[in-house]
Design a protein around this ligand. Sequence first.
Ligand code: FE
Length: 246
Amino acid sequence: MRSETIYENGPRRWIAMGRDPNKPDSIIDTNEFLILDGDSGILLDPGGVKIFPKVLAELTRYVAPESICTIALSHQDPDIGSSLALWLDLCPNTEVYCSWLWSGFITHFGMGKEIELQAIPDEGMVIPFGRSSIQAIPAHYCHASGNFSSYDSEAKILFSGDIGSALLPDAQAGLVVKDFQQHIRFMEGFHKRWMPSTSALRDWVQRARTLRPDMICPQHGAIFQGEDVTRFLDWLESLEVGAWGK
Ligand code: FE
């Protein structure tokens, strides 16, 4: 597993972990994002139970695990949060945020332990961590029916969850998108199959444009930055999804 600082400002630091060249082919590659503010941190989509040891090893290069005071899940999938019980073993006071819709489902990741969740209402909310916060932005039906992106207004980074995801071959698995036109073929199939609603995607694009992010960071694949942010939003707005078999 690799990790890189994607933005830095005083005591705050934004870190992307993932793109593991040694992971088994049987599991999908994922990005885990860590935001640090001094000695407190938030972990976005901490990942599946299978990659937990690698994420933990990478995270401890930057901060002690007990500094993670907040975990936010974009949705309920196992590659997003099946590691939750293991994280809560290490940092039992961590607050875990997820859509209210999935609270009763995500608690099944508890491995025999009670997991207490903070339910995010459909309209989103401000999620605090340490002296900082991020904003949960509605992304329902993109792809889960209760789904949130996270926006950090200081860094102008939109953590988009599965939106913008790409299935990249190892040779293309760089941190940042280099050639948008070439990148389309790695994300088109993903969106057509995993995204159920064209109108929901277009609503999300409108919300994303209002935020004017400098960077969009998906949970699989590479980061969009600079002019590729607009290229990506334009591409997504014109995409038709949710029509299997037609
Ligand atoms: Fe998912």
